[in-house]
Design a protein around this ligand. Sequence first.
Ligand code: NDP
Ligand code: OXD
Length: 348
Amino acid sequence: MPATRRVWPPRDAKPLLVNQLVRLHKISEQEDPRPPEDEMALLWYSNDDDRQAWSAALRRLEPDLDIRVHTDPGNIGDIEAALVWLPPPGMLAGLPNLKAIFSLAAGVDAMLGDPSLPADVPLCRMIDRSLTDGMTEFVLARVLHYHRDMHIYAAQQRRAEWKLHLPRPPFERRVGVMGLGELGTATARRLVANGFSVSGWSRSRRDVEGVTCHAGSEAFGTFLEDVEIVICLLPLTKETEGLLDDRFFRALPEGAFLVHVGRGRQLVPGALLGALESGQLAAATIDVTPDEPLDPASPLWRHPGIDITPHTASYCHPTTAAENVIANLRRLRRGEPLEGVVDRSRGY
Ligand code: NDP
Ligand code: OXD
Protein backbone atom coordinates (compact mmCIF):
# COMPACT_ATOMS: atom_id res chain seq x y z
CA MET A 1 0.00 0.00 0.00
CA PRO A 2 1.43 3.44 -0.89
CA ALA A 3 2.42 5.91 1.83
CA THR A 4 -0.19 8.43 0.74
CA ARG A 5 -3.33 7.94 -1.29
CA ARG A 6 -5.84 9.70 -3.39
CA VAL A 7 -3.90 12.94 -3.29
CA TRP A 8 -4.41 15.88 -5.60
CA PRO A 9 -2.39 17.01 -7.40
CA PRO A 10 -0.59 13.69 -7.90
CA ARG A 11 2.95 13.77 -6.61
CA ASP A 12 4.74 13.31 -9.93
CA ALA A 13 2.09 14.23 -12.43
CA LYS A 14 3.42 16.13 -15.39
CA PRO A 15 1.06 17.10 -18.16
CA LEU A 16 1.27 14.48 -20.88
CA LEU A 17 0.65 16.20 -24.15
CA VAL A 18 -1.27 14.54 -26.92
CA ASN A 19 1.74 14.70 -29.20
CA GLN A 20 3.80 12.86 -26.58
CA LEU A 21 1.21 10.12 -26.50
CA VAL A 22 1.08 10.00 -30.31
CA ARG A 23 4.88 9.89 -30.42
CA LEU A 24 4.86 6.99 -27.94
CA HIS A 25 2.32 5.30 -30.16
CA LYS A 26 4.45 5.73 -33.28
CA ILE A 27 7.61 4.50 -31.58
CA SER A 28 5.86 1.49 -30.14
CA GLU A 29 4.23 0.68 -33.49
CA GLN A 30 7.69 0.54 -35.09
CA GLU A 31 9.18 -1.54 -32.32
CA ASP A 32 6.24 -3.71 -31.37
CA PRO A 33 3.67 -3.92 -34.12
CA ARG A 34 0.40 -5.28 -32.71
CA PRO A 35 -2.17 -7.09 -34.82
CA PRO A 36 -5.38 -5.15 -35.25
CA GLU A 37 -7.95 -6.52 -32.79
CA ASP A 38 -11.68 -6.33 -32.50
CA GLU A 39 -11.54 -6.26 -28.70
CA MET A 40 -11.22 -2.89 -27.05
CA ALA A 41 -8.01 -2.15 -25.20
CA LEU A 42 -7.99 -0.86 -21.62
CA LEU A 43 -5.48 1.78 -20.53
CA TRP A 44 -4.35 1.40 -16.89
CA TYR A 45 -2.78 4.25 -14.93
CA SER A 46 -2.27 4.99 -11.23
CA ASN A 47 0.52 6.08 -8.93
CA ASP A 48 -1.39 4.84 -5.92
CA ASP A 49 -2.41 1.33 -6.93
CA ASP A 50 -0.57 -1.89 -7.65
CA ARG A 51 -0.42 -2.44 -11.42
CA GLN A 52 0.74 -6.06 -11.23
CA ALA A 53 -2.06 -6.98 -8.84
CA TRP A 54 -4.62 -5.23 -11.04
CA SER A 55 -3.37 -6.84 -14.26
CA ALA A 56 -3.45 -10.26 -12.64
CA ALA A 57 -6.95 -9.72 -11.24
CA LEU A 58 -8.32 -8.45 -14.57
CA ARG A 59 -6.68 -11.24 -16.57
CA ARG A 60 -7.96 -13.86 -14.15
CA LEU A 61 -11.44 -12.85 -15.31
CA GLU A 62 -10.57 -12.11 -18.90
CA PRO A 63 -7.29 -13.77 -19.92
CA ASP A 64 -7.07 -12.05 -23.31
CA LEU A 65 -7.81 -8.55 -22.04
CA ASP A 66 -5.58 -6.07 -23.87
CA ILE A 67 -4.21 -3.90 -21.04
CA ARG A 68 -2.07 -0.95 -22.09
CA VAL A 69 0.15 1.32 -20.02
CA HIS A 70 0.96 4.91 -20.87
CA THR A 71 4.66 4.19 -21.34
CA ASP A 72 3.80 1.67 -24.09
CA PRO A 73 0.27 2.45 -25.24
CA GLY A 74 0.56 0.78 -28.68
CA ASN A 75 -2.00 2.07 -31.16
CA ILE A 76 -3.89 4.58 -29.05
CA GLY A 77 -6.84 4.28 -31.43
CA ASP A 78 -7.52 0.82 -29.89
CA ILE A 79 -7.98 2.21 -26.41
CA GLU A 80 -11.67 2.49 -25.69
CA ALA A 81 -11.66 2.34 -21.91
CA ALA A 82 -9.35 3.62 -19.19
CA LEU A 83 -9.01 2.31 -15.63
CA VAL A 84 -7.19 5.11 -13.90
CA TRP A 85 -6.50 7.20 -10.86
CA LEU A 86 -5.35 10.78 -11.48
CA PRO A 87 -3.84 10.34 -14.91
CA PRO A 88 -1.48 13.15 -15.91
CA PRO A 89 -3.51 16.06 -17.32
CA GLY A 90 -4.03 15.56 -21.04
CA MET A 91 -3.49 11.81 -21.08
CA LEU A 92 -7.13 10.81 -21.50
CA ALA A 93 -7.95 13.75 -23.75
CA GLY A 94 -5.36 12.37 -26.19
CA LEU A 95 -7.21 9.10 -26.72
CA PRO A 96 -9.36 9.51 -29.85
CA ASN A 97 -11.70 6.52 -29.28
CA LEU A 98 -12.12 6.62 -25.52
CA LYS A 99 -15.65 5.55 -24.54
CA ALA A 100 -15.47 5.15 -20.76
CA ILE A 101 -13.28 6.15 -17.83
CA PHE A 102 -13.31 3.85 -14.80
CA SER A 103 -12.02 5.50 -11.64
CA LEU A 104 -9.96 3.40 -9.24
CA ALA A 105 -11.53 5.34 -6.37
CA ALA A 106 -15.09 5.87 -5.17
CA GLY A 107 -14.59 9.59 -4.56
CA VAL A 108 -13.98 11.31 -7.89
CA ASP A 109 -13.56 14.92 -6.72
CA ALA A 110 -9.85 14.90 -7.60
CA MET A 111 -10.48 13.37 -11.03
CA LEU A 112 -13.13 16.01 -11.72
CA GLY A 113 -10.60 18.66 -10.70
CA ASP A 114 -8.68 17.98 -13.93
CA PRO A 115 -10.04 20.40 -16.56
CA SER A 116 -8.63 18.23 -19.35
CA LEU A 117 -10.81 15.24 -18.37
CA PRO A 118 -12.89 14.55 -21.53
CA ALA A 119 -16.32 16.02 -20.83
CA ASP A 120 -18.24 13.76 -23.19
CA VAL A 121 -16.86 10.42 -21.93
CA PRO A 122 -18.73 8.79 -19.02
CA LEU A 123 -16.76 8.64 -15.78
CA CYS A 124 -17.63 5.67 -13.53
CA ARG A 125 -16.68 5.66 -9.88
CA MET A 126 -15.43 2.58 -8.09
CA ILE A 127 -18.02 0.32 -6.52
CA ASP A 128 -16.50 -2.71 -4.87
CA ARG A 129 -17.55 -5.05 -2.09
CA SER A 130 -14.12 -5.05 -0.42
CA LEU A 131 -14.18 -1.23 -0.40
CA THR A 132 -17.66 -1.31 1.12
CA ASP A 133 -16.82 -4.02 3.65
CA GLY A 134 -13.61 -2.24 4.64
CA MET A 135 -15.50 0.98 5.25
CA THR A 136 -18.25 -0.60 7.32
CA GLU A 137 -15.62 -2.45 9.36
CA PHE A 138 -13.60 0.72 10.00
CA VAL A 139 -16.62 2.78 11.01
CA LEU A 140 -17.99 0.01 13.24
CA ALA A 141 -14.59 -0.28 14.95
CA ARG A 142 -14.53 3.45 15.69
CA VAL A 143 -18.16 3.54 16.83
CA LEU A 144 -17.57 0.61 19.18
CA HIS A 145 -14.41 2.33 20.45
CA TYR A 146 -16.35 5.41 21.52
CA HIS A 147 -19.48 3.54 22.52
CA ARG A 148 -17.48 1.31 24.91
CA ASP A 149 -15.52 4.30 26.32
CA MET A 150 -12.14 3.08 25.04
CA HIS A 151 -10.99 6.69 24.57
CA ILE A 152 -11.68 7.30 28.27
CA TYR A 153 -9.92 4.13 29.41
CA ALA A 154 -6.87 4.95 27.27
CA ALA A 155 -6.60 8.31 29.05
CA GLN A 156 -7.22 6.72 32.46
CA GLN A 157 -4.51 4.14 31.86
CA ARG A 158 -1.97 6.91 31.27
CA ARG A 159 -2.90 8.18 34.77
CA ALA A 160 -3.00 4.64 36.28
CA GLU A 161 -6.63 5.37 37.18
CA TRP A 162 -8.99 2.40 37.76
CA LYS A 163 -12.49 3.77 37.27
CA LEU A 164 -15.48 2.01 35.81
CA HIS A 165 -17.97 3.70 33.46
CA LEU A 166 -21.11 1.65 33.16
CA PRO A 167 -21.59 0.67 29.51
CA ARG A 168 -24.79 1.74 27.75
CA PRO A 169 -26.68 -0.68 25.53
CA PRO A 170 -26.21 0.03 21.81
CA PHE A 171 -29.95 0.62 21.23
CA GLU A 172 -29.60 3.71 23.42
CA ARG A 173 -26.67 5.03 21.34
CA ARG A 174 -27.74 7.27 18.48
CA VAL A 175 -25.41 7.07 15.49
CA GLY A 176 -25.92 9.23 12.39
CA VAL A 177 -24.50 8.59 8.94
CA MET A 178 -24.06 11.55 6.57
CA GLY A 179 -24.36 10.17 3.04
CA LEU A 180 -26.54 7.17 2.30
CA GLY A 181 -24.88 6.02 -0.92
CA GLU A 182 -22.99 2.78 -1.54
CA LEU A 183 -20.80 3.15 1.53
CA GLY A 184 -23.14 5.07 3.82
CA THR A 185 -26.06 2.68 3.37
CA ALA A 186 -23.91 -0.40 4.00
CA THR A 187 -22.40 1.31 7.04
CA ALA A 188 -25.82 2.25 8.42
CA ARG A 189 -26.99 -1.34 7.93
CA ARG A 190 -23.96 -2.74 9.74
CA LEU A 191 -24.57 -0.39 12.66
CA VAL A 192 -28.23 -1.45 12.78
CA ALA A 193 -27.10 -5.10 12.76
CA ASN A 194 -24.94 -4.28 15.79
CA GLY A 195 -27.93 -2.95 17.65
CA PHE A 196 -27.35 0.81 17.36
CA SER A 197 -30.09 3.36 16.93
CA VAL A 198 -29.22 4.68 13.47
CA SER A 199 -30.26 7.68 11.42
CA GLY A 200 -29.01 8.87 8.05
CA TRP A 201 -28.90 11.98 5.92
CA SER A 202 -28.70 12.29 2.16
CA ARG A 203 -29.51 14.76 -0.59
CA SER A 204 -32.54 12.91 -1.89
CA ARG A 205 -34.87 10.78 0.19
CA ARG A 206 -33.59 7.25 0.90
CA ASP A 207 -35.31 4.32 2.50
CA VAL A 208 -33.05 2.01 4.50
CA GLU A 209 -34.67 -0.61 6.72
CA GLY A 210 -34.15 0.14 10.40
CA VAL A 211 -32.69 3.60 9.70
CA THR A 212 -34.42 6.92 10.32
CA CYS A 213 -33.73 8.70 7.04
CA HIS A 214 -33.53 12.48 6.60
CA ALA A 215 -33.06 14.29 3.31
CA GLY A 216 -31.98 17.71 2.11
CA SER A 217 -30.36 20.75 3.68
CA GLU A 218 -33.62 21.71 5.42
CA ALA A 219 -33.47 18.45 7.44
CA PHE A 220 -29.77 18.76 8.34
CA GLY A 221 -30.34 20.45 11.71
CA THR A 222 -32.99 17.93 12.78
CA PHE A 223 -30.67 15.08 11.80
CA LEU A 224 -27.68 16.53 13.69
CA GLU A 225 -29.46 17.46 16.92
CA ASP A 226 -30.19 13.81 17.58
CA VAL A 227 -26.85 12.09 16.87
CA GLU A 228 -24.22 11.26 19.47
CA ILE A 229 -21.76 9.71 17.03
CA VAL A 230 -21.75 11.27 13.57
CA ILE A 231 -20.10 9.61 10.59
CA CYS A 232 -19.23 11.68 7.52
CA LEU A 233 -19.40 9.58 4.35
CA LEU A 234 -20.22 12.33 1.89
CA PRO A 235 -18.51 12.94 -1.43
CA LEU A 236 -16.61 16.23 -1.78
CA THR A 237 -18.69 18.66 -3.83
CA LYS A 238 -19.34 22.41 -3.87
CA GLU A 239 -22.12 21.79 -1.33
CA THR A 240 -20.14 19.60 1.06
CA GLU A 241 -16.83 21.49 1.05
CA GLY A 242 -16.37 23.08 4.49
CA LEU A 243 -19.63 21.54 5.76
CA LEU A 244 -18.02 20.39 9.02
CA ASP A 245 -17.69 23.92 10.36
CA ASP A 246 -18.57 25.78 13.59
CA ARG A 247 -22.28 25.65 12.79
CA PHE A 248 -22.12 21.91 12.22
CA PHE A 249 -20.43 21.23 15.56
CA ARG A 250 -22.81 23.57 17.40
CA ALA A 251 -25.80 21.68 15.96
CA LEU A 252 -24.66 18.37 17.52
CA PRO A 253 -25.59 17.44 21.09
CA GLU A 254 -22.90 18.38 23.59
CA GLY A 255 -20.23 15.67 23.99
CA ALA A 256 -20.79 14.12 20.54
CA PHE A 257 -18.20 12.16 18.54
CA LEU A 258 -17.13 12.54 14.91
CA VAL A 259 -15.82 9.84 12.58
CA HIS A 260 -14.68 11.62 9.42
CA VAL A 261 -14.06 9.29 6.50
CA GLY A 262 -15.41 11.37 3.59
CA ARG A 263 -12.94 13.88 2.18
CA GLY A 264 -10.55 16.18 4.00
CA ARG A 265 -11.81 19.46 2.57
CA GLN A 266 -15.23 18.90 4.12
CA LEU A 267 -13.63 19.60 7.50
CA VAL A 268 -12.69 23.02 8.87
CA PRO A 269 -9.79 22.09 11.21
CA GLY A 270 -10.16 25.24 13.37
CA ALA A 271 -13.82 24.43 13.97
CA LEU A 272 -12.94 20.87 14.99
CA LEU A 273 -10.31 22.10 17.46
CA GLY A 274 -12.71 24.71 18.85
CA ALA A 275 -15.46 22.11 19.33
CA LEU A 276 -13.06 19.78 21.16
CA GLU A 277 -11.77 22.60 23.38
CA SER A 278 -15.29 23.66 24.37
CA GLY A 279 -16.39 20.07 25.06
CA GLN A 280 -19.06 20.31 22.36
CA LEU A 281 -17.23 17.38 20.80
CA ALA A 282 -15.82 14.62 23.02
CA ALA A 283 -13.46 13.06 20.48
CA ALA A 284 -12.90 12.60 16.75
CA THR A 285 -11.42 10.11 14.33
CA ILE A 286 -9.98 11.88 11.34
CA ASP A 287 -9.09 9.62 8.41
CA VAL A 288 -9.03 12.33 5.74
CA THR A 289 -7.49 15.79 6.05
CA PRO A 290 -7.62 18.94 3.90
CA ASP A 291 -4.04 18.32 2.74
CA GLU A 292 -2.71 14.79 2.55
CA PRO A 293 -0.34 13.79 3.95
CA LEU A 294 -1.20 15.91 6.98
CA ASP A 295 1.54 18.44 7.76
CA PRO A 296 3.64 17.21 10.73
CA ALA A 297 3.20 20.72 12.19
CA SER A 298 -0.61 20.46 12.21
CA PRO A 299 -2.12 20.74 15.70
CA LEU A 300 -4.53 17.94 14.75
CA TRP A 301 -1.71 15.42 15.28
CA ARG A 302 -1.21 16.41 18.88
CA HIS A 303 -4.74 16.98 20.16
CA PRO A 304 -5.57 14.28 22.74
CA GLY A 305 -9.16 14.11 21.53
CA ILE A 306 -8.20 13.30 17.95
CA ASP A 307 -7.20 9.95 16.48
CA ILE A 308 -5.63 10.36 13.03
CA THR A 309 -5.50 7.56 10.48
CA PRO A 310 -3.77 8.15 7.13
CA HIS A 311 -6.73 7.87 4.72
CA THR A 312 -6.89 4.18 5.36
CA ALA A 313 -10.53 3.59 6.27
CA SER A 314 -11.05 1.52 3.16
CA TYR A 315 -9.42 0.43 -0.03
CA CYS A 316 -10.65 -1.43 -3.08
CA HIS A 317 -8.99 -4.78 -3.47
CA PRO A 318 -8.10 -5.62 -7.10
CA THR A 319 -9.41 -9.19 -6.76
CA THR A 320 -12.96 -8.08 -6.00
CA ALA A 321 -12.91 -4.68 -7.70
CA ALA A 322 -11.79 -6.24 -11.01
CA GLU A 323 -15.14 -8.06 -11.13
CA ASN A 324 -16.97 -4.75 -11.31
CA VAL A 325 -14.56 -3.28 -13.84
CA ILE A 326 -14.90 -6.31 -16.12
CA ALA A 327 -18.68 -6.25 -15.71
CA ASN A 328 -18.72 -2.59 -16.75
CA LEU A 329 -16.34 -3.25 -19.64
CA ARG A 330 -18.71 -5.96 -20.89
CA ARG A 331 -21.66 -3.55 -20.59
CA LEU A 332 -19.64 -1.06 -22.63
CA ARG A 333 -18.94 -3.66 -25.34
CA ARG A 334 -22.62 -4.60 -25.49
CA GLY A 335 -23.64 -0.95 -25.58
CA GLU A 336 -25.54 -1.25 -22.28
CA PRO A 337 -25.75 1.48 -19.60
CA LEU A 338 -22.71 1.52 -17.32
CA GLU A 339 -22.83 1.18 -13.54
CA GLY A 340 -21.64 3.97 -11.24
CA VAL A 341 -21.67 6.77 -13.80
CA VAL A 342 -20.84 10.07 -12.11
CA ASP A 343 -23.32 12.88 -12.53
CA ARG A 344 -20.85 15.65 -13.25
CA SER A 345 -23.40 18.38 -12.55
CA ARG A 346 -23.78 17.04 -8.98
CA GLY A 347 -20.06 16.28 -8.62
CA TYR A 348 -20.46 12.67 -7.49
P1 NDP B 1 -22.19 7.63 -3.23
O1 NDP B 1 -22.12 8.54 -4.40
O2 NDP B 1 -22.71 6.25 -3.43
O3 NDP B 1 -23.08 8.28 -2.08
C1 NDP B 1 -22.97 9.62 -1.73
C2 NDP B 1 -24.06 9.94 -0.72
O4 NDP B 1 -23.87 11.28 -0.27
C3 NDP B 1 -25.48 9.87 -1.34
O5 NDP B 1 -26.38 9.33 -0.40
C4 NDP B 1 -25.79 11.33 -1.60
O6 NDP B 1 -27.16 11.66 -1.59
C5 NDP B 1 -25.10 11.99 -0.43
N1 NDP B 1 -24.86 13.41 -0.69
C6 NDP B 1 -24.10 13.96 -1.67
N2 NDP B 1 -24.15 15.30 -1.60
C7 NDP B 1 -24.96 15.58 -0.56
C8 NDP B 1 -25.42 16.80 -0.01
N3 NDP B 1 -25.07 17.98 -0.49
N4 NDP B 1 -26.25 16.73 1.05
C9 NDP B 1 -26.65 15.53 1.56
N5 NDP B 1 -26.24 14.35 1.07
C10 NDP B 1 -25.42 14.39 0.02
O7 NDP B 1 -20.73 7.59 -2.62
P2 NDP B 1 -20.03 6.42 -1.78
O8 NDP B 1 -20.93 6.03 -0.68
O9 NDP B 1 -19.54 5.36 -2.69
O10 NDP B 1 -18.75 7.19 -1.23
C11 NDP B 1 -18.88 8.32 -0.41
C12 NDP B 1 -17.53 9.00 -0.22
O11 NDP B 1 -16.70 8.27 0.67
C13 NDP B 1 -16.65 9.11 -1.46
O12 NDP B 1 -17.08 10.14 -2.30
C14 NDP B 1 -15.29 9.39 -0.86
O13 NDP B 1 -15.12 10.77 -0.69
C15 NDP B 1 -15.35 8.70 0.51
N6 NDP B 1 -14.46 7.55 0.60
C16 NDP B 1 -13.48 7.53 1.56
C17 NDP B 1 -12.64 6.47 1.70
C18 NDP B 1 -11.63 6.42 2.79
O14 NDP B 1 -10.81 5.50 2.83
N7 NDP B 1 -11.65 7.36 3.72
C19 NDP B 1 -12.74 5.29 0.82
C20 NDP B 1 -13.79 5.40 -0.15
C21 NDP B 1 -14.61 6.50 -0.27
P3 NDP B 1 -28.17 10.97 -2.64
O15 NDP B 1 -28.37 9.57 -2.10
O16 NDP B 1 -29.40 11.78 -2.56
O17 NDP B 1 -27.50 11.00 -3.97
C1 OXD C 1 -11.88 6.36 -2.53
C2 OXD C 1 -10.82 6.46 -1.54
O1 OXD C 1 -12.56 7.36 -2.77
O2 OXD C 1 -10.00 5.51 -1.46
O3 OXD C 1 -12.08 5.26 -3.09
O4 OXD C 1 -10.75 7.43 -0.79
